[in-house]
Design a protein around this ligand. Structure first.
Ligand SMILES: [Zn+2]
Length: 487
């Protein structure tokens, strides 16, 4: 039996005050308040400032030597795949497509979707990611979709179900009566704790079969999120077809957008959409170079995402760090190619913290609700504090501290919608043991269904041969016969 940590004795609806933290409000002028308090009453942020008076029954959390910031927002994550955490560590997009789209993804039963979603959703809030878009493209039947939502509702995070099904064309599933029924039953009118998007890709087929799905989205008033500009999969034709047919809107989220020409970026910028940049994914899987260095030239809004725990984790600290690295790396590389030197980086730590918070709230149409520590907004709050860590002082550059120094283990407390879900580095009221048992059952089933050999082969793709360079400074040579260096 697992025990569930109930944390400090918080009664439902009890006010909460974080005392004496370095507050990154992420408001419109990015106000930073040293030694300040954040007061939460009910579901909302009641006050932010120095030396606040709290109601006598408020729970006090000491934020001394810590950073208070808004909950982070991941705009694209395939939570169902968390059941196979780390399995695809050595994959490219090719192995990913073969595994999930062609060979094995259809093995997933509703309970397997549930298992992955449950663990992935818990993983997100543990890392201070209070809002996650569940880019749920394994929903082969309404039962799978019910299981996905059951899991999201079992975890006290804020979620957006991006409904998808890679086993059918979007023109098939989106127009089915079962889909309509599901939306009515499980998604309609759920408020800001469970949002709704439609998730599908546009192949560039000149017949534009995706039109039918876009028309359903328009009729339902639901935003579309789409993997766009993915090398070898989606390209400029998909963007052009969407644009020419009037389906590019400010709510549209383009995931990756890494292999597009200037013409497509112009169309995205002109229609007001945003790009969800998944830097760790783009770097490993091969969708294209992480595009922030291009997006800034087109003034296209950015949010961040972690894509899938089959490779990476649901941890936006990694997203911020890798995005800074990739952007600066590209800038230096381009400059060196021109025999030039970059003396000032364009992308700043402050900007990636903004993308991890406000970038997400704006992309999801939730900017009046979350994204900053602003009085009146819903209270999604993260306290980064770790008194035992040598990395938590001195805090000189608070945005640099968040982007380059902090990690998920430093997430001390997390509040979602006014509810304390993590405290003193421990999840509160969350049954991790249940998630463990569900995932173990899924893995056992998948190995059984695939067979040990196929399971092992899927995890260990062949390594291409490395061509060793001749080295003019050595007199040694490799003797393949004796497997030794010859002198
Ligand atoms: Zn994806």
């Amino acid at each position: 039996m697992s025990t569930v940590d109930n944390g400090p004795a918080v009664t439902s609806g009890q006010p909460m005050i974080f005392r004496n933290g370095l507050v990154l409000t992420m408001d419109d002028v990015r106000t930073v308040l040293p030694g300040a308090d954040v007061l939460v009453i009910g579901e909302r942020i009641a006050e932010v400032g120095v030396g606040l008076t709290a109601p006598p029954d408020a729970l006090e959390i000491d934020a001394t030597d810590g950073i208070l910031m808004p909950g982070m927002i991941d705009t694209h994550r395939h939570l169902w795949q968390t059941a196979m955490r780390g399995y695809g560590a050595d994959w490219t997009l090719t192995q990913y497509f073969v595994w999930y789209y062609l060979e094995s993804g259809k093995l997933f039963r509703p309970e397997d979707i549930y298992a992955g979603n449950l663990l992935g959703a818990i993983e997100a809030i543990d890392a201070g990611v209070t809002t996650t878009v569940d880019w749920s493209h394994g929903l082969q039947t309404p039962q799978h979709a019910d299981a996905a939502v059951d899991a999201l509702e079992a975890v006290p995070g804020r979620f957006v179900l991006a409904y998808g099904n890679i086993q059918q064309g979007p023109w098939q599933w989106a127009t089915s009566p079962e889909f309509r029924d599901f939306v009515q039953r499980r998604l309609h009118g759920r408020g800001d704790m469970l949002g709704f998007q439609m998730a599908f890709d546009v192949t560039g087929d000149p017949a534009f079969p995706e039109r039918a799905a876009f028309e359903v989205a328009r009729e339902l008033g639901v935003p579309v999120t789409t993997h766009a500009g993915v090398w070898g999969a989606t390209n400029d034709d998909g963007i052009r077809l969407m644009h020419e047919n009037g389906f590019m809107t400010p709510e549209t989220v383009y995931v990756h957008a890494a292999t597009l020409t200037r013409d497509s970026y112009h169309r995205i910028a002109a229609t007001g959409g945003s790009v969800s940049v998944s830097t760790e994914s783009e770097q490993s899987a091969g969708q294209g170079y992480p595009p922030t260095w291009q997006l800034r030239h087109h003034d296209i809004p950015v949010s961040l995402s972690m894509d899938t725990s089959v490779w990476w984790s649901g941890d936006l600290f990694s997203a911020m760090r890798s995005t800074l690295g990739a952007d600066r790396s590209r800038e230096h590389l381009e400059a060196h190619g021109r025999q030039d030197t970059v003396t000032h980086c364009h992308l700043r730590a402050e900007q990636v913290v903004e993308w991890a918070t406000r970038g997400g709230s704006r992309a999801l149409g939730l900017d009046d609700t979350v994204g900053s520590l602003t009085v009146g907004k819903k209270a999604d709050v993260v306290l980064i504090k770790n008194d035992d860590s040598p990395v938590m002082f001195p805090i000189l550059h608070p945005y640099g501290q968040v982007a380059f120094q902090a990690q998920r283990g430093d997430v001390h407390s997390v509040v979602v919608n006014g509810r304390l879900v993590k405290h003193a580095h421990r999840l509160v009221g969350i049954d991790l043991g249940k998630a463990r048992r569900e995932v173990e059952r899924t893995i056992e089933y998948l190995i059984g269904a695939m067979g040990d050999e196929a399971w092992a082969r899927g995890m260990n793709p062949d390594i291409p041969e490395t061509n060793l360079m001749d080295n003019p400074y050595t007199y040694t040579e490799w003797d393949a016969g004796s497997a030794q260096w010859k002198h």
